[in-house]
Design a protein around this ligand. Structure first.
Ligand SMILES: Cc1ncc(COP(=O)(O)O)c(C=O)c1O
Length: 445
């Protein structure tokens, strides 16, 4: 074979005349470039977790990058329930629920969730990602249409991709755009509207009543992803559809245990005949091992505590209001958030990385979100708050963000324009200014 040797990534790699599927990996050096600048923000190693703080490189950091909204991941009673379940069933189920991996605890959790959400039936999945993929893949057939908000989560987009249905995106939270798309579809096309209850990056709440009204006019089923609304919205944390009093009108809801319930795993809830269909058709459910006993036992306990201790939700909202007001007063642009997800709108990728690095060095663990998690040119530092954050911790976050924001010129020259565009290349933008070189802040929107 005709081999040549090329230097890539500081290493020597052999390539042949044939296309090598690994060549893109050898050429992939963006993380190294960001590491060289001392700003690489990913895969930070957490040595231990102490309440709302984590220890990294031997030093405590206040966590503002977690989805543990109710602080239940560290609750002793949840941990105890996980240990108890492990003792009873072992460390794993070692198989699909379809066959050997169905334990009574899975069924108890499904029954308790169905009661809590006032739904006929619930099906657990091993992750929330799988719940969206599995449901969309099983339900949508050739010729069907999936009406999908442009800011929906990646698991929904990937679910649309693997399903036989056609994805029809519409602009974020815009029911007139939804109506225009639906009006063009033939009656023979099965239709599903799928939206996040709370959008994971912007923190917006879905305009569900308006969306539902349009969907119903066109015979379109409605599916709401409650990943970030469970535990946050609704009287007892039941989610966005309960918040709007629209539980009976929506067809399916999906949720995850990786956020308010402090663990991992997901579910879909809806009419019994649909859930039974998913149970027998969703490949992400059938061809994977079931939720581990520790996870299932811990989530069941967390769900019970969430219902018994509504003061957690009240504390979360108190902290949320404090952070919205505090960031706005400090001059940050926090976009249109209505929830504990509080994005600091930055614009340039490198400036978001730089800000996160400075925060980390000052004792705050925050995370950036850059393309493709957000539109290109609309990088953010995504912060999120917990019921258990203390006033002292939150004051420290506000003071530190304000001080470093000024130092880095986040207020004066952030490139955030709200004019997201497609990215031309795969890499990060290793510069702090946008193309015009005149980063201008959107007026404190
Ligand atoms: C809106 C939304 N849906 C689904 C998921 C997937 O959930 P999981 O982490 O359980 O896979 C996420 C996770 O970030 C999410 O934000």
């Amino acid at each position: 074979m005709n081999k040549e040797v090329i230097p890539t990534n500081g290493e020597t790699v052999e390539v042949s005349a044939h296309k090598d599927i690994f060549s893109k990996c050898a050429a992939f050096n963006e993380p190294d470039q960001v590491r060289a600048l001392g700003m690489y923000p990913y895969f930070r190693s957490i040595e231990s977790t102490i309440g709302n703080q984590v220890v990294c490189e031997g030093r405590r950091k206040i966590m503002i990058g977690s989805n543990n909204y109710l602080g239940l991941a560290q609750d002793e009673r949840v941990i105890e329930a996980a240990v108890e379940a492990t003792r009873k069933y072992g460390s794993g189920c070692t198989g699909s629920r379809f066959l050997n991996g169905n334990i009574r605890l899975h069924e108890e959790l499904e029954e308790e969730l169905a009661k809590f959400l006032q739904r006929e039936s619930v099906l657990l999945f091993s992750t929330g990602f799988f719940a969206n993929q599995g449901a969309l893949d099983a339900l949508m057939e050739e010729g069907d249409s999936i009406l999908c908000d442009r800011e929906n989560h990646a698991s929904i987009l990937d679910g649309c991709r693997i399903s036989a249905g056609e994805i029809i995106p519409f602009s974020h939270n815009n029911w007139e755009a939804l109506r225009r798309r639906l009006a063009r579809l033939p009656k023979e096309s099965g239709k599903l509207l799928i939206v996040d209850g709370v959008f994971s990056m912007s923190g917006d709440i879905i305009a569900l009543p308006e969306m539902m009204k349009v969907a119903k006019e066109y015979g379109c089923r409605v599916y709401v992803d409650e990943a970030h609304s469970l535990g946050i919205l609704g009287k007892n944390g039941e989610g966005a559809v309960h918040h709007y009093g629209l539980n009976q009108e929506t067809d399916l809801v999906m949720g995850t245990f990786s956020k308010s319930l402090g663990s991992m795993g997901g579910f879909v809830a809806g009419p019994r005949y649909v859930i039974d269909y998913l149970k027998h058709k969703a490949r992400c459910f059938i061809f994977t091992a079931s939720l581990a006993p520790a996870v299932t036992g811990g989530v069941l306990k967390a769900l019970q505590l969430m219902r018994k201790e509504p003061e957690r939700q009240a504390a979360l909202w108190k902290n949320t209001r404090k952070m919205h007001e505090g960031f706005k007063a400090a001059g940050f642009n926090i976009g249109t958030t209505q929830t504990p997800i509080v994005p600091l709108l930055i614009g340039s990728e490198m400036k978001a990385f730089q800000f996160v690095q400075k925060l980390y060095e000052a004792g705050i663990f925050a995370t950036p979100a850059v393309y493709p998690a957000v539109r290109y040119g609309e990088s953010i530092v995504r912060t999120s708050y917990m019921a258990t954050h203390t006033d002292e911790e939150l004051d420290c976050v506000l003071e530190t963000c304000g001080r470093l924001g000024k130092e880095l010129g986040i207020f004066k020259d952030a490139a955030y324009t709200g004019q997201g565009k497609r990215k031309a290349t795969g890499g990060y933008d290793l510069k702090l200014q946008d193309e015009s070189g005149t980063e201008t802040l959107r007026e404190n929107a």
